[in-house]
Design a binder for this molecule. Structure first.
Ligand SMILES: [Zn+2]
Ligand SMILES: [Zn+2]
Length: 115
Protein backbone atom coordinates (compact mmCIF):
# COMPACT_ATOMS: atom_id res chain seq x y z
CA UNK A 1 0.00 0.00 0.00
CA UNK A 2 1.25 3.44 -0.90
CA UNK A 3 1.84 5.89 1.92
CA UNK A 4 1.06 9.49 1.09
CA UNK A 5 2.45 10.88 4.32
CA UNK A 6 5.59 12.92 3.84
CA UNK A 7 8.44 12.25 6.22
CA UNK A 8 10.34 15.36 5.16
CA UNK A 9 9.70 18.17 2.68
CA UNK A 10 12.55 20.26 1.31
CA UNK A 11 11.45 23.47 -0.39
CA UNK A 12 13.61 25.61 -2.63
CA UNK A 13 11.68 28.63 -3.84
CA UNK A 14 13.77 28.92 -6.98
CA UNK A 15 14.16 25.21 -7.78
CA UNK A 16 11.28 23.13 -6.56
CA UNK A 17 10.13 20.69 -3.94
CA UNK A 18 11.61 17.42 -2.75
CA UNK A 19 9.67 15.02 -0.60
CA UNK A 20 10.85 12.01 1.38
CA UNK A 21 7.82 9.81 1.97
CA UNK A 22 7.24 7.73 5.06
CA UNK A 23 7.42 4.56 2.98
CA UNK A 24 10.96 5.43 1.92
CA UNK A 25 9.99 6.78 -1.51
CA UNK A 26 11.66 9.97 -2.74
CA UNK A 27 10.10 12.51 -5.10
CA UNK A 28 11.43 15.65 -6.76
CA UNK A 29 9.33 18.27 -8.53
CA UNK A 30 10.71 21.12 -10.63
CA UNK A 31 8.89 24.45 -10.51
CA UNK A 32 7.44 24.50 -14.05
CA UNK A 33 6.23 20.94 -13.60
CA UNK A 34 4.53 21.75 -10.30
CA UNK A 35 2.96 24.85 -11.80
CA UNK A 36 1.60 22.83 -14.72
CA UNK A 37 0.19 20.28 -12.31
CA UNK A 38 -1.72 22.86 -10.29
CA UNK A 39 -4.89 21.05 -9.23
CA UNK A 40 -7.12 24.12 -8.83
CA UNK A 41 -10.32 24.59 -10.83
CA UNK A 42 -8.90 27.46 -12.88
CA UNK A 43 -5.87 25.52 -14.08
CA UNK A 44 -7.69 22.27 -14.75
CA UNK A 45 -10.64 23.92 -16.50
CA UNK A 46 -13.14 22.49 -14.02
CA UNK A 47 -15.38 25.54 -14.34
CA UNK A 48 -15.73 25.24 -18.08
CA UNK A 49 -12.91 27.67 -18.72
CA UNK A 50 -10.12 26.43 -20.95
CA UNK A 51 -7.38 24.79 -18.88
CA UNK A 52 -4.12 26.58 -18.54
CA UNK A 53 -1.63 25.57 -21.20
CA UNK A 54 1.29 23.56 -19.93
CA UNK A 55 4.49 25.59 -20.05
CA UNK A 56 7.08 23.02 -19.11
CA UNK A 57 7.06 21.20 -22.44
CA UNK A 58 7.38 24.28 -24.58
CA UNK A 59 10.77 25.13 -25.99
CA UNK A 60 12.17 28.13 -24.20
CA UNK A 61 13.03 29.86 -27.47
CA UNK A 62 9.65 29.39 -29.13
CA UNK A 63 9.47 32.99 -30.28
CA UNK A 64 12.13 35.59 -30.97
CA UNK A 65 9.75 38.11 -29.45
CA UNK A 66 9.81 36.35 -26.10
CA UNK A 67 13.44 36.94 -25.30
CA UNK A 68 12.65 37.74 -21.72
CA UNK A 69 10.44 35.55 -19.62
CA UNK A 70 10.23 36.25 -15.91
CA UNK A 71 11.57 33.25 -14.11
CA UNK A 72 8.90 31.34 -12.23
CA UNK A 73 9.54 31.06 -8.52
CA UNK A 74 7.55 30.28 -5.43
CA UNK A 75 6.97 33.27 -3.17
CA UNK A 76 5.82 31.13 -0.30
CA UNK A 77 4.67 27.64 0.53
CA UNK A 78 2.15 27.22 3.32
CA UNK A 79 0.99 24.02 4.94
CA UNK A 80 -2.74 23.35 4.66
CA UNK A 81 -3.89 21.20 7.56
CA UNK A 82 -1.74 18.13 7.60
CA UNK A 83 -2.69 16.91 4.18
CA UNK A 84 -1.53 19.51 1.67
CA UNK A 85 0.59 22.53 0.82
CA UNK A 86 -0.48 25.73 -0.88
CA UNK A 87 1.98 27.35 -3.25
CA UNK A 88 2.05 31.10 -3.84
CA UNK A 89 3.59 31.54 -7.30
CA UNK A 90 5.50 34.53 -8.60
CA UNK A 91 3.01 34.79 -11.48
CA UNK A 92 0.32 35.77 -8.96
CA UNK A 93 -1.38 32.40 -8.76
CA UNK A 94 -2.03 31.05 -5.27
CA UNK A 95 -5.22 29.01 -5.30
CA UNK A 96 -3.61 25.67 -5.93
CA UNK A 97 -3.78 23.31 -2.97
CA UNK A 98 -1.37 20.47 -3.57
CA UNK A 99 -2.50 17.57 -1.44
CA UNK A 100 0.11 14.96 -0.62
CA UNK A 101 -2.07 12.45 -2.46
CA UNK A 102 -1.82 14.62 -5.57
CA UNK A 103 1.91 15.15 -5.18
CA UNK A 104 2.52 11.46 -4.77
CA UNK A 105 0.37 10.74 -7.82
CA UNK A 106 2.40 13.11 -10.02
CA UNK A 107 5.77 11.77 -8.86
CA UNK A 108 8.07 11.62 -11.86
CA UNK A 109 10.70 9.18 -10.68
CA UNK A 110 11.66 6.27 -12.91
CA UNK A 111 9.83 3.85 -10.66
CA UNK A 112 6.53 5.75 -10.78
CA UNK A 113 6.75 6.45 -14.51
CA UNK A 114 6.93 2.72 -15.15
CA UNK A 115 3.63 2.09 -13.42
ZN1 LIG B 1 -4.13 26.68 -10.38
ZN1 LIG C 1 8.11 8.10 -7.50
Amino acid sequence: MTSTDPEHIAISKSKGVKIDWKDGHHSEYGLPYLRDKCPCATCTGAHGTPPREPQADKPQTSSPFQMYQPRLTMLSVDPVGNYAIRINWSDGHNTGIYSYDHLRAICQCAQCLKQ
